[in-house]
Design a protein around this ligand. Structure first.
Ligand code: FAD
Length: 459
């Protein structure tokens, strides 16, 4: 956290804002300023030094705070769970709209399985509230990630092959636009805006709540299959073949990692069979258990809530993450990925299986691209702070080598300081539709602390 100047905004303006909000305003020097301003992205080097944080209580508050930032020409950040790797949900010298008080989780229609969730809730809260209700929502894997950012950008979680992305379960949302208008968006109301917010991130306004269609689910079969010495490319090919024939209920992540203090290294397949039927789960898991070199297996029935965990990034390390989608995991691609892992040294390689329900959503049904992908490839390098500067560029070079097999990138896992190039996130058709909607809903690009969709190419 850098030292922050006293608020550059005129005290009378701040006093007016405080009067107008049902929520509160946190300023530099206030005891709660540091926790209000800091976000996860600071582990990737983002700076958190806003002039004020508006802790809003409802959509009207959001409208007031949006109008305040607009009229004072201030940088605006929107924060739900604060897990943007790029640190977009805070800023230097601007306004942060903090949605964490908008964190209700309500089953509003048990028969139609509709759940309304405040954008500031975390996925841990959601899973804990739904636990025991017979309902679950596919989210991400981490308890403290926010509903807002994950649902607007994608949401690749433990049930992605079973239910699709988290955003595929959204049926309605409430959004506050750059003009401070509060709109309800769905397939029937403002359908174009509804399309855009499912994959277009925070580019079109501040979403205050989402209504999701939940899945009936009382338990999952989850755990880890650990593999001993095996040829990595061969094991990857075996895993790929199993996943190609697997039912939608079977979700897995292939993980190769070196040993870390307190954690043995090796190859693991992390499993979540998202279905209640133990016999079907055993049948789906059997071919994974037949892969060469299985040394341990703790897959068992669990409530879904038990799958979500907290992330503990190693302290004092520089983290360099890369990710891209693979349309097809060919033998050549797997061979190159195995070589990349060997060369990376000290890095984690994670391959998340996609396909299933994720891939059956038509490409143009939402603004999210790359539905034709078989997997998402992620590498995470942990470098000591005094590690050589070339280490980062070496990781980039290794990725260049595998890039012919890959396409695009998942914005959710990006920590690019200025955001990703839109052309890496969207097809040309999707991008031009998004830019046209940006010109309609946010022509001045007030909402630009995100993987930004410019209103026009000149910007
Ligand atoms: C430890 C960790 C684990 C993760 N695990 C997963 C995972 O398993 N699966 C997965 O898919 N992703 C995962 N992610 C990525 C995550 O989905 C994205 O970082 C996501 O954007 C975080 O959402 P947030 O609300 O917590 O973040 P924030 O930082 O609050 O927001 C992220 C972006 O969305 C904008 N935004 C947030 N809320 C709103 C809103 N209500 N209205 C408008 N704009 C908004 C912000 O301005 C910012 O640009 C993980 C990230 C981390 C750091």
């Amino acid at each position: 956290m850098t030292t922050v100047d006293p608020s550059p905004i005129h005290p009378d303006a701040v006093a007016d804002l405080k009067q107008s909000l049902a929520g509160s305003v946190v300023l530099p020097g206030d005891p709660e300023y540091e926790s209000a301003a800091t976000v996860y992205g600071t582990v990737y080097g983002a700076t958190a030094a806003p002039a004020l944080v508006a802790q809003v209580s409802d959509a009207d508050d959001v409208g007031v705070a949006v109008a305040f930032a607009r009229s004072h020409g201030l940088e605006l950040s929107v924060r739900s769970g604060g897990h943007s790797g790029s640190g977009f949900s805070t800023n230097v010298g601007g306004v942060v709209i903090d949605l964490r008080r908008l964190n209700s989780v309500e089953i509003i229609d048990p028969v139609r399985r509709l759940v309304r969730i405040g954008a500031g809730a975390t996925w841990g809260q959601v899973a804990a509230t739904l636990d025991g209700s017979g309902l679950a929502l596919s989210s991400g894997d981490t308890t403290s990630v926010g509903v807002g950012g994950l649902s607007l950008g994608g949401g690749i979680g433990w049930m992605v092959r079973t239910c699709g992305l988290a955003l595929d379960s959204v049926v309605e949302a409430t959004i506050v636009t750059a003009g401070s208008e509060v709109l309800r968006v769905s397939a029937d109301e403002h359908p174009e805006l509804f399309w855009a917010i499912r994959g277009g991130g925070g580019n079109f306004g501040v979403v205050t709540s989402f209504t999701f269609h939940a899945r009936s689910l009382s338990r999952v079969f989850s755990g880890t299959l650990q593999f001993g010495d095996a040829d990595l490319a061969e094991l990857l090919a075996g895993w790929r073949d199993v996943m190609r024939a697997a039912p939608d209920e079977l979700n897995t992540t292939f993980l190769a990692m070196p040993a870390f203090p307190g954690m043995p290294g090796g190859v693991q397949v992390l499993v979540c069979f998202a279905g209640d039927d133990a016999v079907a789960a055993e049948a789906a898991l059997a071919p994974l258990r037949d892969l060469p070199g299985l040394t341990s297996d703790d897959v068992a029935a669990h409530p879904y809530v038990d799958l979500l965990e907290e992330a503990h990034p190693p302290e004092g390390m520089t983290i360099i993450g890369h990710n891209a989608f693979a349309r097809e995991l060919t033998d050549e691609a797997l061979g190159d990925l195995a070589s990349m892992y060997a060369e990376l040294g000290g890095s984690v390689l994670m391959i998340r299986s996609l396909g299933g329900a994720f891939s059956r959503v038509p490409n143009d049904a939402t603004a999210f691209g790359f539905r034709d992908s078989e997997a998402l490839i992620i590498s995470v390098a942990f470098l000591p702070p005094d590690g050589p500067a070339e280490a980062g560029s070496r990781v980039r070079d290794l990725w260049q080598h595998v890039s012919p097999h890959l396409q695009g990138t998942y914005a959710g896992f990006s920590s690019a300081p200025g955001g990703e190039e839109p052309a890496l996130l969207y097809s040309p058709d999707t991008l031009s539709r998004l830019m046209s909607l940006k010109r309609t809903y946010d022509p001045e690009n007030l909402f630009r602390r995100n993987h930004n969709i410019p209103p026009d190419l000149a910007r």
